[in-house]
Design a protein around this ligand. Structure first.
Ligand SMILES: [Zn+2]
Ligand SMILES: [Zn+2]
Length: 593
């Protein structure tokens, strides 16, 4: 069981208790448990296996929760969930996963219309019966139908990249402990950094393939063995994920790693280049065709394979057949942005709204991560659920930031600059949720759309373009609102948003949260082509949340972005002059004149 699997059980329990109308406090407790577990970086099983540690040492996990987690790790089941599920129609679980349908709404539908399955629900929508239930209208009915289509499309759900990455990291560590393994690497869509990953692929070098396969089958998460041959073993890992391991001899490694990294489309293009030279290319390497007179060079590494085909080595994130082969042939591949290029993080929350860690803790963690500047961007007042800040509370937070900056600069140069920011909400009727005069005083303003997401395309687009054009707004947060595998983007004319951003110099965010990755790779590339610069930010709600920066960077790499395309790769002084477009108040006094 991975942390994500455990979190999913707690989330289901919370949904089910709420569906049954049970105590709101219990519901909240399990929802929190799911969130805490999901945000842990270290596997729960590892912590539990360590005799010197206890699950109860983890923040927010008490004795009761620790015991439940123990049961889940041992048995794969949560008895309280089985209990709560008794007598609930199976279709309810499926309905709870329809975006926009919370437990209360599902209950009203099930009780009001006697629904049992998703098909029942779809039929009820089409026949106009849903609008007859109290609290539902024609619009909701249409929205549910749309969501149902989305759920069907994502029925064959892939794992988020970050979850897959945790699995791959653990598996590589395990495989590297096998003495017969000379080298082992991950391949497939994980290596290409896709936002979701289906199967996991590993490629190893070894002379004794049988010993490697044997070691693989003894992996702690190994389930059913699907296929076990001389050079390939496939088995089921956690959550049913298929894991394929191939073992090759050292000279074939480059070709195998390249081949199993894909993508299919990229490999088709490479094979066609090989054919033009009179060769074939497959997972075993380059071979001469009968008709050709030129023998291919020996190519045992990926670099050598690409070189033999007259190409620069192509970073895996670009291998999607979107023009990268041509760029590599012309020696024009971009030098992609790297995690080490990031100098600032410009979207994060604290305990002043819905964050889990204090302002001081977030800043201390950012210093430890080596950042030169951060913006504190708690929610504005519209987000009542998160106790969003009104003018008075925001000004109080800014006073604390002034004091913190002063304290940081007390003995010599400050290790970090803390910007006074805010994540304002684009209101349903238009406009922002805090006064313009206040926003004009902020160092950094993120504008986001959290409410009224089902408004028609023109309304949503107008709200966002209005925010792009607002003089105080620096960046649009998670510009399309999509949640991977959970909720589609809202209906927005993103081209119009990009055009407005290019016109006004407003930045667009790549939100690095692995559930969001918004802008996605295609849109980030489109924004960049239009001359818009992006900001990669974590939207961290805890110290741990700062770690997802690498997920955002990966997405930017898939978009083909260089460091220069990303504003917060600039060192502080340049960032201040270029991105803030003015000197921040704290610097004004240091400037001559
Ligand atoms: Zn937000
Ligand atoms: Zn946020």
């Amino acid at each position: 069981m991975t942390n994500a699997d455990v979190a999913a059980l707690f989330a289901s329990l919370a949904d089910l208790l709420e569906y049954r109308g049970e105590n709101a406090f219990r519901v909240r407790a399990y929802r929190n448990a799911a969130r805490i577990v999901e945000s842990l970086v270290e596997p729960l099983a590892t912590i539990r296996a360590d005799p010197s540690r206890s699950l109860e040492d983890l923040e927010g996990i008490g004795a009761d929760l620790a015991a439940k987690i123990g049961t889940i790790l041992d048995t794969g089941r949560l008895p309280a969930l089985d209990e709560a599920a008794a007598g609930v129609p199976a279709g309810v679980f499926a309905m709870l996963r329809v975006p926009g349908l919370g437990p209360k709404k599902v209950r009203a539908l099930v009780e009001g219309l006697g629904l049992e399955t998703l098909d029942d629900l779809a039929a009820a929508c089409r026949e106009g019966r849903v609008r007859g239930v109290k609290g539902f209208g024609e619009k909701t009915e249409a929205a549910i139908l749309k969501s149902l289509a989305f759920v069907r499309e994502h029925a064959d759900e892939r794992r988020l990249w970050e979850e897959a990455d945790a699995l791959v990291a653990g598996l590589l560590e395990w495989m590297r402990r096998c003495p017969a393994v000379e080298r082992v690497e991950g391949a497939g869509s994980w290596r290409r950094g896709r936002e979701t990953v289906g199967d996991l692929d590993l490629v190893a070098i070894a002379d004794d393939a049988a010993a490697v396969m044997e070691h693989f089958r003894r992996w702690e998460h190994a389930g059913e063995v699907l296929l076990s041959g001389g050079t390939k073993t496939s088995l089921r890992g956690p959550g049913g994920t298929q894991v394929d391991l191939r073992v090759v001899a050292a000279p074939a490694f480059g070709a195998a790693w390249q081949y199993f990294t894909g993508s299919k489309e990229h490999n088709v293009q490479l094979r066609s280049r090989a054919r033009d030279l009179g060769w074939t290319l497959n997972e075993y390497g380059l071979r001469r065709l009968e008709s050709a007179d030129l023998e291919p060079p020996e190519a045992t590494t990926e670099e050598a394979i690409y070189r033999a085909l007259g190409l620069d080595w192509i970073p895996p994130e670009l291998r999607e057949g979107r023009g990268e082969v041509r760029l590599a042939a012309e020696g024009r591949l971009p030098r992609l942005v790297e995690a080490a290029d990031m100098r600032g993080d410009l979207h994060m929350h604290t305990t002043d709204t819905d964050g889990e860690d204090t302002l001081a803790d977030m800043v201390a963690a950012a210093i430890r991560r080596g950042l030169e500047y951060v913006a504190i961007t708690d929610h504005g007042q519209r987000v009542t659920m998160a106790r969003g800040l009104d003018e008075t509370r925001l000004r109080r937070q800014w006073e604390r930031i002034d004091a913190l900056n002063a304290a940081l600069a007390a003995d010599g140069p400050a290790p970090i600059v803390v910007l006074k920011g805010i994540e304002v909400d684009m209101l349903e009727r238009g406009g922002l949720d805090l006064p313009d005069a206040l926003l004009a005083e902020a160092d950094w303003v993120v504008a986001s759309l959290h409410y009224g997401q089902s408004q028609p395309r023109e309304r949503i687009t107008a709200r966002i373009v209005e925010a792009v054009e607002h003089p105080a707004v620096n960046v649009i947060g998670h510009p399309t609102g999509r949640l991977i595998n959970r909720r589609p983007a809202y209906d927005v004319d993103i081209e119009a948003v990009i055009a407005a951003a290019a016109r006004t110099g407003t930045f667009l965010e790549i939100n690095a949260n692995p559930h969001r990755l918004d802008l996605d790779d295609h849109l980030a590339a489109a924004a960049c082509r239009a001359g818009v610069r992006v900001v990669i930010s974590t939207d961290a709600h805890s110290v741990r949340g700062l770690e997802v920066m690498r997920c955002g960077v990966l997405q930017a790499r898939r978009a083909g972005l260089a460091a220069a395309d990303v504003v917060n790769t600039l060192p502080w002084e340049r960032f201040r002059d270029v991105a803030l477009g003015r000197t921040s108040p704290s610097d004004a006094e240091r400037r001559p004149g």
